[in-house]
Design a protein around this ligand. Structure first.
Ligand code: PGA
Length: 255
Protein backbone atom coordinates (compact mmCIF):
# COMPACT_ATOMS: atom_id res chain seq x y z
CA UNK A 1 0.00 0.00 0.00
CA UNK A 2 1.23 3.50 -0.84
CA UNK A 3 2.32 5.51 2.18
CA UNK A 4 0.49 8.75 2.87
CA UNK A 5 2.78 11.61 3.85
CA UNK A 6 0.93 14.72 5.00
CA UNK A 7 2.54 18.14 5.28
CA UNK A 8 0.68 20.24 7.84
CA UNK A 9 1.97 23.74 7.18
CA UNK A 10 -0.16 25.20 9.99
CA UNK A 11 -0.20 29.04 9.76
CA UNK A 12 2.91 29.08 7.52
CA UNK A 13 4.69 30.33 5.48
CA UNK A 14 4.23 34.06 5.93
CA UNK A 15 3.75 35.04 2.27
CA UNK A 16 2.22 33.53 -0.90
CA UNK A 17 5.62 33.82 -2.62
CA UNK A 18 7.21 31.58 -0.01
CA UNK A 19 4.25 29.21 -0.19
CA UNK A 20 4.72 28.89 -3.96
CA UNK A 21 8.44 28.29 -3.59
CA UNK A 22 7.88 25.55 -1.04
CA UNK A 23 5.15 23.89 -3.07
CA UNK A 24 7.30 23.97 -6.22
CA UNK A 25 10.20 22.30 -4.51
CA UNK A 26 7.96 19.55 -3.14
CA UNK A 27 6.51 19.13 -6.61
CA UNK A 28 9.98 18.58 -8.06
CA UNK A 29 10.69 15.79 -5.61
CA UNK A 30 7.35 14.10 -6.02
CA UNK A 31 7.74 13.78 -9.77
CA UNK A 32 10.17 10.96 -9.15
CA UNK A 33 8.14 9.46 -6.34
CA UNK A 34 6.02 6.36 -6.86
CA UNK A 35 5.55 4.74 -3.50
CA UNK A 36 3.81 7.56 -1.62
CA UNK A 37 0.79 9.82 -1.71
CA UNK A 38 1.89 13.32 -0.69
CA UNK A 39 -0.72 15.66 0.76
CA UNK A 40 0.04 19.35 1.24
CA UNK A 41 -2.16 21.15 3.76
CA UNK A 42 -1.50 24.88 3.42
CA UNK A 43 -3.49 27.69 5.07
CA UNK A 44 -6.86 28.20 3.32
CA UNK A 45 -5.78 31.38 1.53
CA UNK A 46 -2.98 29.58 -0.33
CA UNK A 47 -5.14 26.72 -1.60
CA UNK A 48 -6.12 28.51 -4.85
CA UNK A 49 -2.41 28.94 -5.70
CA UNK A 50 -1.93 25.22 -6.20
CA UNK A 51 -3.28 22.54 -8.48
CA UNK A 52 -3.48 19.02 -7.16
CA UNK A 53 -1.91 16.32 -9.32
CA UNK A 54 -1.38 12.58 -9.30
CA UNK A 55 1.72 13.16 -7.21
CA UNK A 56 0.46 15.83 -4.80
CA UNK A 57 -2.98 16.05 -3.27
CA UNK A 58 -4.34 19.13 -1.57
CA UNK A 59 -5.64 19.10 1.97
CA UNK A 60 -7.30 21.69 4.21
CA UNK A 61 -6.47 22.15 7.87
CA UNK A 62 -10.10 22.64 8.85
CA UNK A 63 -13.69 22.59 7.59
CA UNK A 64 -16.92 24.08 8.89
CA UNK A 65 -19.31 21.84 10.78
CA UNK A 66 -21.99 24.09 9.32
CA UNK A 67 -21.36 22.64 5.87
CA UNK A 68 -25.01 21.53 5.44
CA UNK A 69 -27.30 21.52 3.65
CA UNK A 70 -26.30 23.92 0.89
CA UNK A 71 -22.56 24.30 1.51
CA UNK A 72 -23.19 28.01 2.05
CA UNK A 73 -24.97 30.18 4.60
CA UNK A 74 -24.80 32.83 7.31
CA UNK A 75 -21.76 31.50 9.18
CA UNK A 76 -19.21 34.30 9.44
CA UNK A 77 -15.64 33.19 8.89
CA UNK A 78 -16.52 29.61 7.97
CA UNK A 79 -15.55 27.52 4.93
CA UNK A 80 -17.70 24.61 3.82
CA UNK A 81 -16.67 21.17 2.61
CA UNK A 82 -18.17 21.92 -0.78
CA UNK A 83 -16.10 25.11 -1.14
CA UNK A 84 -12.97 23.13 -0.36
CA UNK A 85 -13.83 20.55 -2.99
CA UNK A 86 -14.16 23.30 -5.57
CA UNK A 87 -10.57 24.29 -4.81
CA UNK A 88 -9.34 20.77 -5.54
CA UNK A 89 -9.08 19.71 -1.92
CA UNK A 90 -9.41 15.99 -1.24
CA UNK A 91 -8.26 15.69 2.40
CA UNK A 92 -9.23 17.57 5.57
CA UNK A 93 -7.45 17.52 8.92
CA UNK A 94 -9.49 17.47 12.09
CA UNK A 95 -9.19 17.01 15.82
CA UNK A 96 -5.69 18.51 15.83
CA UNK A 97 -4.61 19.28 19.40
CA UNK A 98 -3.93 22.93 18.52
CA UNK A 99 -7.54 23.36 17.43
CA UNK A 100 -8.80 21.47 20.48
CA UNK A 101 -6.69 23.62 22.80
CA UNK A 102 -6.64 27.13 21.30
CA UNK A 103 -9.98 27.19 19.51
CA UNK A 104 -12.11 25.19 21.92
CA UNK A 105 -12.97 22.36 19.53
CA UNK A 106 -14.90 19.70 21.37
CA UNK A 107 -15.37 16.06 20.45
CA UNK A 108 -18.92 16.97 19.40
CA UNK A 109 -17.72 19.64 16.95
CA UNK A 110 -15.03 17.31 15.61
CA UNK A 111 -17.64 14.60 15.03
CA UNK A 112 -19.78 17.07 13.08
CA UNK A 113 -16.81 18.22 11.02
CA UNK A 114 -16.01 14.60 10.20
CA UNK A 115 -19.53 14.08 9.03
CA UNK A 116 -19.42 17.28 6.95
CA UNK A 117 -16.17 16.24 5.25
CA UNK A 118 -16.83 12.59 4.49
CA UNK A 119 -20.40 13.07 3.35
CA UNK A 120 -19.02 15.44 0.71
CA UNK A 121 -16.57 12.78 -0.43
CA UNK A 122 -13.50 14.25 1.28
CA UNK A 123 -11.03 12.10 3.20
CA UNK A 124 -10.85 13.04 6.87
CA UNK A 125 -7.60 12.78 8.80
CA UNK A 126 -8.62 12.50 12.44
CA UNK A 127 -5.89 13.36 14.97
CA UNK A 128 -5.97 11.61 18.31
CA UNK A 129 -3.42 11.62 21.09
CA UNK A 130 -2.90 12.17 24.76
CA UNK A 131 -1.58 15.41 26.24
CA UNK A 132 0.72 14.13 28.96
CA UNK A 133 3.26 11.38 28.78
CA UNK A 134 1.61 9.23 31.46
CA UNK A 135 1.62 5.83 29.88
CA UNK A 136 -1.35 4.35 31.76
CA UNK A 137 -3.54 7.23 30.56
CA UNK A 138 -2.79 6.91 26.80
CA UNK A 139 -5.29 4.28 25.79
CA UNK A 140 -8.31 5.75 27.60
CA UNK A 141 -7.87 9.21 26.10
CA UNK A 142 -7.29 7.90 22.60
CA UNK A 143 -10.25 5.55 22.95
CA UNK A 144 -12.61 8.30 24.09
CA UNK A 145 -11.49 10.65 21.28
CA UNK A 146 -12.04 7.90 18.70
CA UNK A 147 -15.41 6.85 20.08
CA UNK A 148 -16.68 10.41 20.35
CA UNK A 149 -15.74 11.19 16.76
CA UNK A 150 -16.65 7.94 15.03
CA UNK A 151 -19.56 6.33 16.84
CA UNK A 152 -22.29 8.33 15.11
CA UNK A 153 -20.72 8.16 11.69
CA UNK A 154 -22.27 5.58 9.33
CA UNK A 155 -19.92 2.67 8.65
CA UNK A 156 -20.12 3.25 4.89
CA UNK A 157 -17.83 6.26 5.44
CA UNK A 158 -15.08 4.20 7.08
CA UNK A 159 -13.11 4.09 3.83
CA UNK A 160 -12.75 7.89 3.96
CA UNK A 161 -11.23 7.99 7.44
CA UNK A 162 -7.53 8.12 8.25
CA UNK A 163 -6.32 8.20 11.84
CA UNK A 164 -3.23 10.16 12.85
CA UNK A 165 -1.86 9.14 16.23
CA UNK A 166 -0.21 12.31 17.41
CA UNK A 167 0.67 12.52 21.09
CA UNK A 168 0.58 16.18 22.11
CA UNK A 169 3.80 15.88 24.13
CA UNK A 170 5.61 14.81 20.95
CA UNK A 171 4.56 17.80 18.78
CA UNK A 172 7.68 19.84 18.08
CA UNK A 173 6.20 23.11 19.36
CA UNK A 174 5.24 21.60 22.75
CA UNK A 175 7.73 22.57 25.45
CA UNK A 176 10.32 19.80 25.93
CA UNK A 177 8.88 17.78 23.02
CA UNK A 178 10.46 14.48 22.02
CA UNK A 179 9.22 12.17 19.30
CA UNK A 180 7.47 8.99 20.36
CA UNK A 181 9.23 5.67 19.75
CA UNK A 182 8.31 3.34 16.89
CA UNK A 183 7.66 0.65 19.52
CA UNK A 184 5.06 2.70 21.36
CA UNK A 185 3.51 3.81 18.08
CA UNK A 186 3.17 0.14 17.12
CA UNK A 187 1.35 -0.64 20.39
CA UNK A 188 -0.92 2.38 19.96
CA UNK A 189 -1.76 1.48 16.39
CA UNK A 190 -2.89 -1.99 17.50
CA UNK A 191 -4.95 -0.39 20.25
CA UNK A 192 -6.54 2.05 17.75
CA UNK A 193 -7.48 -0.85 15.45
CA UNK A 194 -9.13 -2.62 18.41
CA UNK A 195 -11.25 0.44 19.19
CA UNK A 196 -12.27 0.69 15.55
CA UNK A 197 -13.12 -2.99 15.54
CA UNK A 198 -15.58 -2.30 18.40
CA UNK A 199 -17.18 0.53 16.47
CA UNK A 200 -17.23 -0.70 12.88
CA UNK A 201 -16.07 -4.32 12.88
CA UNK A 202 -13.09 -6.20 11.54
CA UNK A 203 -12.97 -5.18 7.89
CA UNK A 204 -12.85 -1.47 8.73
CA UNK A 205 -10.40 -2.02 11.58
CA UNK A 206 -7.93 -3.79 9.30
CA UNK A 207 -8.19 -1.29 6.47
CA UNK A 208 -8.12 2.10 8.19
CA UNK A 209 -4.80 3.84 7.58
CA UNK A 210 -2.99 4.87 10.76
CA UNK A 211 -0.30 7.55 10.56
CA UNK A 212 2.22 8.77 13.11
CA UNK A 213 2.69 12.48 13.88
CA UNK A 214 4.86 14.39 16.35
CA UNK A 215 8.38 15.77 15.72
CA UNK A 216 8.89 13.71 12.57
CA UNK A 217 12.24 14.49 10.94
CA UNK A 218 14.52 12.82 8.44
CA UNK A 219 16.29 11.24 11.42
CA UNK A 220 13.30 9.31 12.75
CA UNK A 221 10.95 8.99 9.73
CA UNK A 222 12.40 5.67 8.62
CA UNK A 223 11.78 4.06 12.03
CA UNK A 224 8.11 5.07 12.06
CA UNK A 225 7.58 4.07 8.45
CA UNK A 226 8.96 0.61 9.16
CA UNK A 227 6.47 -0.06 11.95
CA UNK A 228 4.31 -2.96 10.87
CA UNK A 229 0.98 -1.68 9.58
CA UNK A 230 1.91 2.04 9.47
CA UNK A 231 0.49 3.86 6.51
CA UNK A 232 2.44 7.07 6.80
CA UNK A 233 3.27 10.26 8.60
CA UNK A 234 1.80 13.62 9.56
CA UNK A 235 4.64 16.13 9.40
CA UNK A 236 4.51 19.67 10.80
CA UNK A 237 7.71 21.72 11.25
CA UNK A 238 9.89 19.53 9.01
CA UNK A 239 7.45 19.94 6.09
CA UNK A 240 8.33 23.64 5.91
CA UNK A 241 11.95 22.82 5.05
CA UNK A 242 12.02 21.51 1.49
CA UNK A 243 15.29 19.61 1.82
CA UNK A 244 14.30 17.96 5.08
CA UNK A 245 10.87 17.04 3.73
CA UNK A 246 12.40 15.55 0.60
CA UNK A 247 14.54 13.23 2.72
CA UNK A 248 11.41 12.06 4.56
CA UNK A 249 9.68 11.42 1.24
CA UNK A 250 12.65 9.45 0.09
CA UNK A 251 12.18 6.98 2.97
CA UNK A 252 8.48 6.74 2.18
CA UNK A 253 9.32 5.81 -1.38
CA UNK A 254 11.53 2.95 -0.23
CA UNK A 255 9.53 1.63 2.71
P1 PGA B 1 5.49 18.61 14.23
O1 PGA B 1 3.93 18.92 14.07
O2 PGA B 1 5.89 17.66 13.15
O3 PGA B 1 6.16 19.97 14.09
O4 PGA B 1 5.67 18.03 15.59
C1 PGA B 1 3.04 17.91 13.74
C2 PGA B 1 1.63 18.42 13.86
O5 PGA B 1 1.34 19.19 14.79
O6 PGA B 1 0.77 18.05 13.04
Amino acid sequence: MRKIIIANWKMNPASPQEARRLFNSVQKITRKLRGAEVVIMPPFVYLPLFNPSRAIKLGAQDVSFKSFPAGAGAYTGEISARMLKMLGVSYVLMGHSERREYFGETDKIIGEKLNAAVSQGLKAVLCVGEKEKVKEAFPQIVKSELKAALTNLPRRYAARIIIAYEPVWAISTTKGAKPDTPGNFFEMSIFIRRVILDIWGKAAALKIPILYGGSVTSKNAKGFLEVNGTQGLLVGGASLRAEEFSKILDFAKRS
